[in-house]
Design a binder for this molecule. Structure first.
Ligand code: C5P
Length: 236
């Protein structure tokens, strides 16, 4: 597995309220992290300026707004996001094939090489939560993730988002041509909070993740720098 895990890129989730808190983290982590995720909370507060501010620190941005709308709207949203020079962005696989294809077209429209990642099943959801949303009995989460990954693959996206529990199955069915991003990362012995399907950095790497997203394990730590060092040292 060493060849696979050597390619894992850690991304820290800037799930904080404002620019000052976000840039404090970016500055604290310095060279230990060069790739940040900007999600709904921070983007809603600070908009495009925070994307530019993180990029101005020399770091790459993953814009995690998880678009899920009609194809025309998603195409326009992705076109605009991709033109910000973000390296990755997300849409929900459950938006369906036409929406996913529209997302890929939005990147082409922008003349960008931004990767579209399709979120399969949120890592906060377990089989019971999925069953109640979809009104059918779901017991095999891996089968649901593989089903949505097939849809994403057929639509031409760069990769998918799944938990570390399904990443190895995705990797073995679709190979390295489909990139896998794994959130829900916890240091060994760390609390789950609202996440259901968590893994350690090492487990995600060994399952074939291309990217791991680390949020509260680093950002809520007493010392984010020390926690980030633990993340990096856990990677094989
Ligand atoms: O703090 P924690 O590590 O749980 O944060 C996980 C991050 O990954 C959050 O920003 C969340 O929005 C994101 N995410 C997720 N599950 C997905 C996709 C993204 O938890 N399927």
């Amino acid at each position: 597995m060493a060849g696979v895990s050597a390619r894992v890129t850690p991304i820290v989730a800037l799930d904080v309220a404002n620019t000052a808190a976000a840039l404090q983290l970016v500055d604290d982590l310095g060279d230990l992290c060069r790739f940040y995720k900007i999600g709904s909370e921070l983007y809603t507060a600070e908009g495009v300026a925070i994307v530019r501010a993180v990029q101005a620190r020399g770091a790459s941005v993953f814009l995690d707004l998880k678009f899920h709308d009609i194809p025309n709207t998603v195409r326009g949203a992705v076109r605009t996001a991709a033109s910000l020079q973000v390296r990755l962005l997300t849409v929900h696989a459950a938006g369906g094939r036409a929406m996913l294809e529209a997302a890929v077209s939005g990147v082409t429209d922008a003349g960008s090489d931004c990767g579209v990642l399709a979120v399969t099943v949120l890592t906060s959801m377990d089989a019971q939560a999925i069953s109640s949303v979809w009104n059918r009995r779901v017991t095999d989460m891996q089968a649901e993730v593989l089903r949505l990954t097939q849809l994403a693959w057929d639509s031409g996206v760069r990769g998918i988002v799944c938990s570390g529990h399904e990443a190895a199955a995705v990797r073995s069915r679709f190979g390295g041509a489909l990139e896998t991003l794994v959130p829900g990362i916890r240091l060994p012995g760390g609390g789950h909070q609202d996440q259901s399907r968590v893994v350690t950095p090492r487990q995600a790497a060994e399952a074939g993740a291309r990217y791991i997203v680390v949020g509260r394990a680093v950002t809520s730590a007493e010392s984010p720098l020390a926690a980030m060092k633990l993340v990096l040292s856990d990677l094989p």
